[in-house]
Every structure is written in structure tokens, then in C-alpha cells.
Design a binder for this molecule. Structure first.
Ligand SMILES: *[C@@H]1O[C@H](CO)[C@@H](O)[C@H](O)[C@H]1NC(C)=O
Ligand SMILES: *[C@@H]1O[C@H](CO)[C@@H](O)[C@H](O)[C@H]1NC(C)=O
Length: 463
């Protein structure tokens, strides 16, 4: 009896020791620092051909590592692109692609978000013993049924630490910058409220002056309708900064509305602290910047310094932030055991400009189109840089098609995660990055805008 029980028990103990995240094997698991800029265009970066902007820190990552020239976002807008990035699958598969006009989450109070049943690379790494953190923008929902259930929250999707914007930075967060949410509907509702109010006022005057008979019921009904129209306009739209522009630390709202001016420094500080706190164990940090989405920052140290106005200043500030985080990784002696990744969620927002500051959206270089355009390169082709000094050869350039969805299987592979999983649309990038193969495994890539297929990229075998 004893001997028959003994063997399985020993086996169980061995298995447990192998998977509980301790021991020498764990030491060899690399750290991951994934840096995603919001709305950054491929033409905004020095090492992708822009010779008038200064991005020395990003350029340095590329010169010390691998630069991908055909790195493709799975969607041309934030929510679906980030859903695909997190899950390694097209957004259509997780229900994060929309058939309607609004293709991103617009109201934090809404019930939409990345379903709890979805797998994310953060969950997978967590299961492998990683400490996982998200600092910055999420934009994949918060609640399902009621306020506070936090079913879509980063903490439920594999990030044990979250500090940042459950929504996104957008114009409504800054007074005087206009609105990013259904501006035409807002204008219509506002006009309706004004017309009703003026009509009511006129009728009250007419009645008071005794010019005409105006029934009291008509006035009362009109009054109620005016109140309703004003509420329908005011509550969802004018209170947007309160609803949407918030900062959370894990499950708590710590700023509402948030202070935009100091956000860059605070996000950087949080990211650096996360790395410092976890320098002695395998960690995943997803640093999802508020830059370079509008409204633009006007940080004194960068204002007026670039050759491209306020937008250029924001680019150079963003590059500085990337440099600071890289410096933190390097100064802790973690460089050789840390895979650093730099990208954007999709192409630059070409049409974004205003009369006061001019350009306020990104530049996609030679590629046509931009943000919100799934069928043109400018909307989906983004910078993609990997740096890992101990493992990836410096100065490598890979021209093969790759996807942001490739991160999921790549991280799984490096974390030695061999547990069963669903079918993924991404492929492990390590063979390409290390140069052991020359061809990408992507034969077809599907370029969606919402649920609509706008284009397909074919990379025929053997060419
Ligand atoms: C460099 O980036 C800025 C900012 O987006 C842009 O205005 C400029 O046209 C770009 N220059 C080149 C040469 O691509
Ligand atoms: C990191 O790796 C590089 C290349 O293999 C090596 O030259 C360097 O000495 C390593 N640095 C440390 C701190 O181990």
C-alpha cells in the first residue's frame, strides 16, 4: 500500500515544485516590459524614417535589438486592437468588434468590456508565477451588471496590480478641448434643449402679458420636456469628465476627474516603481502610455522644444519617458533578462488638428490612411521593437509580416507555458527575432474595421 501511494505522491510533489514559481528554473524566466503608445504613427519615430523629430531613446532600443518593419495592429482603433493584443486573437472572436458606428467603448459606466471568459497573456503569465502589472490605459471595460462588480477590470484579466486609466485619455478630460464622443449628437441635443427652453419662455411671456390664451397644461408639459431634453444632453455628455476621466489603483477610484497635467510623470513613476519592487522575481509590466492621444500635454520641460509644434513636443516627451523606464531596467541590472517591447495600438490620427496648435494627431509617413482605417497601411502598420541584449542580436531588422497578436504566444513560449489553450491568431515570434527562421508564419492577415473585413494580406509561402 505504502509503496503504491509513494510514487504518485512523489510525482505530485515534483510537479508542484516545478509549477509553483520557485527554484532555479524560475530564475531563468525572463521579465517582460511591454510599452504601448496610444495613437502613435509609424512616421512619428526617428528609426522609422523621421529625420526631423528626436526620439533617441526609441531609436536606441531598435539599435540594441530588433526592429520590425511590417508590424500590424489587428484593428485600427483602440478597444478592438487592444482586445486582440491582450488575447492573441482577432477582436471579432471576443465580441470586441462592433457593427455600429461607435467602435470603441465610449462610456465607462456602460456594461461592455473584455469578457471574463477570455484568456489574456497576463492571466497565462500569472499562472506561471509571474508578478503582473498594468500601468496606464486599459479601455477594455470595467463593470458588467452593476457599478463596482469590476468584471472587466484589469485585476480580473490577469494583472495583479493596476494603476491608471480604466478608460482612456480623451479631449473631454481637458476643459476647452472639445469632445471626442458623438459630437454631432451632442450638438443636436443641445440645440433641441435650447429651442424648447426659448419656446417655453416665449409662451410664458405671451401668457403673462395676456396677449393670447396659453393653457397651463401646455406650459407644464413643455417645461417637463425641456427638463428631460436638457438632462439627456447634459448628464451623459457634460458630465463625461466625471464619468470617464478617472484614475484607479486596483479596485479604487483615486482621482475623479483626474488631473491631466501631471499624468505623464505619475504614470512613469508607477511603472518605474513596479519594476523596482519586482526586480528579484519574474514580472510582466504592461506600460500603456496616455501619450500621444489628444488632448496633448503641455509639460514645461518639453513645450516648444521640438520642430513639430505641440504634437512634436509630446512625441519627444513620450520618447523621454521610454528612455527613463529603459534606464530603470538597465540600472537594476535586469537588461539581459528582460524582453522590452515598444509599439503603438494603431496608426496615427491624421485628421486630428486644431486651429490653435495645428497638428495634434500622428503621422504615418509614406503609408496611406490612419486611425480608424482598417484597409490602409497607415491605420494598422505600427512601430514594433524588441530589445533583449542577452538573447537578440543588436541592430536586426525584420521585414516579414508580424502582428501585435503575436505577443501572446511569444510570451507564453518564453514563460514555458505549455498548458492547453484555444486557437490563437498570433504566432510565436522568437524564431524570427532570433533569426533561426526567415519567414513569418502568417500566411493571411485579416484587416478589420469593426466586424467588417476591409482587406486581407496574403504572404504566399515561398515568396
Ligand atoms: C516627423 O513627425 C512629425 C510629427 O508627426 C511630422 O509632422 C513630420 O512630417 C515628420 N517628418 C518626417 C520627415 O516624416
Ligand atoms: C549582457 O549580455 C551581453 C551580450 O551577451 C554581454 O556582453 C553583457 O556582458 C551582459 N551583461 C551582463 C550585465 O551580464
Amino acid at each position: 500500500m505504502r509503496s503504491t501511494l509513494g510514487a504518485p505522491l512523489l510525482l505530485l510533489l515534483l510537479l508542484a515544485a516545478g509549477s509553483d514559481g520557485t527554484g532555479a528554473e524560475m530564475d531563468r524566466k525572463p521579465n517582460f516590459v511591454l510599452m504601448m503608445v496610444d495613437d502613435l504613427g509609424i512616421g512619428d519615430v526617428g528609426c522609422y524614417g523621421n529625420d526631423t523629430i528626436r526620439t533617441p531613446n526609441i531609436d536606441r532600443l531598435a539599435s540594441e535589438g530588433v526592429k520590425l518593419t511590417q508590424h500590424i495592429a489587428a484593428a485600427p482603433l483602440c478597444t478592438p486592437s487592444r482586445a486582440a493584443f491582450m488575447t492573441g486573437r482577432y477582436a471579432l472572436r471576443s465580441g470586441m468588434a462592433s457593427a455600429g458606428r461607435a467602435q470603441v467603448l465610449l462610456f465607462l459606466g456602460g456594461s461592455g468590456g473584455l469578457p471574463a471568459s477570455e484568456g489574456t497573456f497576463a492571466k497565462r503569465l500569472q499562472q506561471q508565477g509571474y508578478t503582473t502589472g498594468l500601468v496606464g490605459k486599459w479601455h477594455l471595460g470595467v463593470n458588467c451588471e452593476r457599478r463596482g462588480d469590476h468584471c472587466h477590470h484589469p485585476n480580473q484579466h490577469g494583472f495583479s496590480y493596476f494603476y491608471g486609466l480604466p478608460f482612456t485619455l480623451f479631449n473631454d478630460c481637458m476643459p476647452g478641448e472639445g469632445s471626442d464622443v458623438m459630437a454631432d449628437l451632442q450638438v443636436t441635443l443641445r440645440h433641441m434643449a435650447i429651442i424648447l427652453g426659448v419656446g417655453l419662455f416665449t409662451l410664458v411671456c405671451v401668457r403673462a402679458s395676456g396677449l393670447l390664451e396659453v393653457s397651463l397644461w401646455l406650459l407644464v408639459s413643455l417645461f417637463l420636456i425641456s427638463i428631460l431634453a436638457t438632462a439627456v444632453w447634459y448628464v451623459p455628455f457634460k458630465l463625461l469628465p466625471t464619468w470617464n476621466c478617472i484614475i484607479m489603483r486596483n479596485q479604487d477610484v483615486i482621482e475623479q476627474p483626474m488631473t491631466v497635467e501631471t499624468l505623464p510623470q505619475r504614470l512613469l513613476g508607477e511603472a518605474q516603481n513596479f519594476v523596482r519592487r519586482n526586480s528579484d522575481r519574474p514580472f510582466l509590466l504592461f506600460f500603456s502610455l496616455a501619450h500621444v492621444h489628444s488632448p496633448l500635454f503641455e509639460t514645461p520641460a518639453f513645450a516648444g522644444k521640438s520642430r513639430h509644434g505641440c504634437y512634436g513636443d509630446n512625441l519627444e516627451e513620450m520618447d523621454w519617458i521610454i528612455g527613463k523606464l529603459t534606464e530603470t531596467v538597465d540600472s537594476l541590472g535586469l537588461a539581459n533578462n528582460t524582453l522590452m517591447y515598444f509599439t503603438s495600438d494603431h496608426g496615427g490620427h491624421l485628421e486630428d488638428a486644431n486651429s490653435r496648435i495645428g497638428q495634434s494627431g500622428g503621422w504615418n509617413g509614406i503609408y496611406k490612411g490612419g486611425k480608424a482605417m482598417g484597409g490602409w497601411e497607415g491605420g494598422i502598420r505600427v512601430p514594433g521593437i524588441f530589445r533583449w541584449p542577452g538573447r537578440l542580436a543588436a541592430g536586426t531588422v525584420v521585414d516579414e509580416p508580424t502582428s501585435l497578436m503575436d505577443l501572446y504566444p511569444t510570451l507564453k513560449y518564453l514563460a514555458k507555458d505549455t498548458l492547453p489553450d484555444r486557437l490563437l491568431d498570433g504566432h510565436n515570434l522568437m524564431p524570427l527575432l532570433e533569426g533561426s527562421v526567415k519567414r513569418s508564419e502568417h500566411e493571411f492577415m485579416f484587416h478589420y474595421c469593426g466586424v467588417y473585413l476591409n482587406a486581407v494580406r496574403w504572404h504566399p509561402p515561398g515568396i
